[in-house]
Design a protein around this ligand. Structure first.
Ligand SMILES: Cc1ncc(COP(=O)(O)O)c(C=O)c1O
Length: 451
């Protein structure tokens, strides 16, 4: 128990206010019952009752180097002593400028300009709007390009634009009348491949369907948007090898722009700094968020290709500027946290240490495969998932109303582990700094909870 525990009455009052005044994201507030976290340290969260939980979801997939990392804490303090906010409308700050240069240096070739926003959805909206405007003012304008091509089950955020390219009907159905039409291909999924398709044929099987869409619609497509390697919110669905590079080839062949949404998969999550690197893909837009500041402060970035940037240059009266902005875009405190996050990748050899951790996670996941309610386990880097099924043979999901995964995750709490379900899938996305002993703790808790 924490020594600085608040009195019982105060804790009760906090719980009551949290239920009745705070409107929690993606939550039914009637009967809401969530944790209230007081402090964090490394991979651990401590709630107001002094109970400790391993943060198996990296505080929604964004904590990388652990909570209260002294190096990031200090970088923010140093920045606080200088200035906390500088608008990026006509102004800038050295910390933000040097972060932009670092992002250009480490992202794939051809990406050379950075537009800062505050959250992942905005980074994706920026890419979409830039791509749309590009086709109207590039050297050979193609104003008939008005639609986007997206993956089945995609998730790119919760603004109207990103919901439009999103394909998870349970999240998006309500807003259908507000959404713009989008072309949609299949969700590449090795677990739910049609029975007539062998695993080894999966890449060709999916790419062929995308080729058909490109052949039919290429002159209407502004850009294709894809989460490289893993569709996170779709249920940590891992793409077959060669799919991503195949998509890049199709975009180039049919002259469409490529938006890589690395909000979830970027910043080392899949074992490379950026997931595009797995297949040497250079998109026209790379969207970053979540882990960009190590999970400390809100910041996102859309890193943009030179060719796109050039289409926006001109005299003021040519009206080629991008008329879009976010008040806190490029905030120096966030930029300081992001710089420290990048430093730590080098100082702590974060990526070099990942293969051993991923291997341990893979072997622990495999032990769960035979569990009667586990349909599939999968992992890419330190992004793993357990998919629960009502019937293993038919892969029938539990009805979403049953909240099966949610109930199981509640049981994990009793073992000191916090995981947040996604439908029938339990994502396991710990901080990259997790120790091997903590991975064992995490899977011991899962094994107990599942049993
Ligand atoms: C792939 C992807 N894109 C965009 C977003 C939206 O990010 P944010 O919640 O910061 O707006 C998310 C959030 O989970 C995401 O997973």
């Amino acid at each position: 128990m924490s020594e600085s525990l608040r009195p019982g009455g105060v804790r009760q009052q906090l719980r009551e206010l949290d239920r009745t005044v705070v409107w929690h994201a993606f939550s039914q507030m009637d009967g809401y019952d969530g944790l209230i976290i007081e402090t964090g340290e490394g991979c651990w969260l401590t709630d107001i009752d002094g109970r400790r939980y391993l943060d198996g979801a990296s505080s929604m997939w964004c904590n990388i180097h652990g909570h209260r990392h002294p190096y990031i804490d200090q970088a923010i303090r140093v920045q606080l002593e200088r200035i906390s906010h500088v608008t990026n409308l006509g102004m800038s700050h050295p910390t933000t400028i040097s972060l932009a240069q670092r992002l250009v240096d480490i992202t794939p070739d051809g990406l050379s300009h950075v537009f800062f926003s505050s959250d992942g959805a905005s980074a994706v909206e920026v890419a979409m709007k830039l791509a749309f405007q590009y086709w109207r003012q590039c050297s050979k304008p193609e104003p008939k390009r008005t639609t986007f091509l997206a993956l089945g089950n995609a998730y790119h955020g919760d603004t109207i634009g990103t919901v439009s390219v999103g394909g998870i009907s349970r999240f998006h159905e309500m807003f259908q009348p507000l959404l713009f039409p989008v072309l949609r291909g299949p969700c590449p999924d090795l677990y739910r491949l049609p029975t007539h398709v062998e695993q080894s044929q999966a890449t060709d099987y999916y790419l062929l369907q995308y080729r058909e869409l490109f052949e039919k619609h290429s002159d209407e497509i502004v850009a294709m948007i894809v989460e490289p390697m893993v569709q996170g919110a779709a249920g940590v669905v891992i793409q077959p090898i060669g799919f991503l590079s195949g998509i890049e080839r199709l975009c180039r062949e049919f002259g469409c722009l490529l938006i890589a949404d690395e909000v979830a998969v970027g910043m080392g999550r899949t074992g490379k700094m950026f997931a595009c690197e797995h297949e040497s893909v250079s998109p026209d837009f790379l969207c970053l968020g979540k882990g960009l500041t190590g999970g400390y402060l809100p910041m996102s970035a859309t890193v943009v290709a030179t060719s796109v940037w050039q289409a926006f240059l001109g005299r003021f009266e040519d009206a080629r500027s991008f008329l879009h902005g976010h008040t806190y875009g490029g905030n120096p405190l966030s930029a300081a946290a992001a710089q420290a996050t990048l430093d730590l990748f080098q100082m702590e050899c974060t990526l070099e240490k990942l293969p051993a951790k991923a291997e341990l996670m893979r072997s622990r996941l495999e032990r769960l495969r035979n569990h009667p309610e586990v349909g599939d386990v999968r992992i890419c880097g330190l992004m793993a998932a357990i998919e629960l099924v009502a019937d293993k043979a038919t892969k029938t999901p539990f009805p979403w109303q049953a909240q099966t995964a949610g109930k199981i995750c509640k049981r994990f709490l009793g073992k000191g582990l916090w995981l947040r379900p996604l439908g029938n899938v339990i994502p396991i996305i710990p901080p990259l700094s997790i120790a091997e002993s903590e991975i064992d703790f995490l899977f011991d808790a899962i094994e107990h909870g599942l049993d």
